[in-house]
Design a binder for this molecule. Sequence first.
Ligand SMILES: Cc1cc2nc3c(=O)[nH]c(=O)nc-3n(C[C@H](O)[C@H](O)[C@H](O)COP(=O)(O)OP(=O)(O)OC[C@H]3O[C@@H](n4cnc5c(N)ncnc54)[C@H](O)[C@@H]3O)c2cc1C
Length: 488
Amino acid sequence: MPGVNGVASTSDKKADLKIHFIVVGGGIAGLATALALTRVGHSVTVLEKGDGKSNRGRGGIRIPPNMSKVLFHWGLKDMMKEVGLTSHPLLFSQYHTGQLLGVQLWDDELLRETRGEFMLMTHGDLCRILHDAAVSQGAEVRYNARVVEIEPGDGAVKLASGDILRGDIIIGADGESGLCRRLVFGREERVKPSGAVIFDTQFGSQTATQEMSPEEKRLLEKVQGNPVYVAMGNGCGATGYPIAKQQGRDIAFHCFFKGDFPLEGSYEDPPTAKQELLNLLPTQVDPNLYHCAHGAQYVTRVAINIHEDLEDWVHESGRLLVIGQAAHPIAAGGIQVAGMAIEDAAVLGKLYYHLTIPEQASDFLYAFQDLRRQRCADALAGEVSMVSLITMEYGPEQEARDNGMRAKYRAGRNVLEGDDTSGAEGEQWVTIRTIFGYDCEDEADNWWVQWGLLRARADSDGTNRQSKMGAFSWNDVGIVSVDQTTAA
Ligand SMILES: Cc1cc2nc3c(=O)[nH]c(=O)nc-3n(C[C@H](O)[C@H](O)[C@H](O)COP(=O)(O)OP(=O)(O)OC[C@H]3O[C@@H](n4cnc5c(N)ncnc54)[C@H](O)[C@@H]3O)c2cc1C
């Protein structure tokens, strides 16, 4: 049933065995997980250190089709359409001149194939939609609740206030520098600078247009079709797109620079990096970019760091799983950062719908890792390849790239499609179709049919394994099976 008036659709399918999850971190991954798990009948408490405002960004988020299809399935389409914009064209231009090199259109055929849309909105709006939907399903979201200590084996979490909460399973959605990732590593992570940085900016067109020349205003009007601009420079680049439908046509810009930048800098920092951004802008730059950088209201520098690969996403206790940025950090500014967080949540919802016996609670964490590891690695590789394409240093390779784009543009073809006329598809294009077309919920269903169901049948025969009930006491943590609830 579709969601109405700020309420997510309720799934008719509820888990036979209901358990209590504690989710550390109320960002996109945490809130989406709360929604996915409450939809199938579990009880969830989200603990977020922010106050509900400070942890929501003003900047933009691109919602690719593989992500929007999950959110639509959860009944959130109407709410998303109220605040978000649907984008069709991707415009590639030269960073230094603004000259248009080519267009990529997300056409109806591709979108039908993916069963999603390409949407744009603010980080804050997406968090609000997920929060309201999760709460409507019965999730408890506690703000100003900083987690300072976790005992995964006991399912216990301690807050800065001194309160201790217990759950059956703990989901670590507290980001790439969070406590949960550290716990699962079992040590401090060695993080290295990547040699690149991104400035996350917003440009309020209503304020800015007051000082604009007619030519600049005309340029801004191009944004009416909700395109995403991609400016390709010499070791730098930028993406820009309209956001915030209801507050005027604000524009989000992510500006990338290669160079020697420090490890520090995150979305949580105060948005005071405007001067630093202006100092980095080359003297010859697309007038649109120049104007947006000078008119930007909020500028935050977010470091792009290289993280160690976290081999196991499940803590050795079998009761703590990391997801989202805490499991597989993807560099800021990418299309799939939020996409992978939403897919993680959806897969958890699908798996825990099948919970019938206590042993599965831990098994599903490992199943999650099996299902998600390669997919997230593929998405990360796709992001890296796109950033390399747009920040390519000037030289023969870049000239070939630009000439190829111009030729396709003149021929009325999409710039990311294959180079020749033989019908063979370009590598970039194949990657995009594969990543956009993926259906994480179908994959989780397939896993259940191929593996989960067989194991569950073997378990119900009692032939599969020794019970792990001794690992922790389900009675202590108040698990109630559906049969018991109905009987009561
Ligand atoms: C304030 C903020 C603004 C952002 N703005 C944008 C944006 O404009 N555009 C964009 O593309 N991406 C933005 N991001 C990043 C984006 O949310 C992530 O890249 C990704 O989409 C989702 O990642 P995540 O939920 O796994 O992790 P994160 O987004 O990092 O969320 C982790 C959450 O855990 C909370 N947390 C951390 N430690 C604790 C603790 N000990 N106890 C309790 N809570 C804890 C944090 O406050 C945060 O809300 C922003 C992130 C933050 C935190």
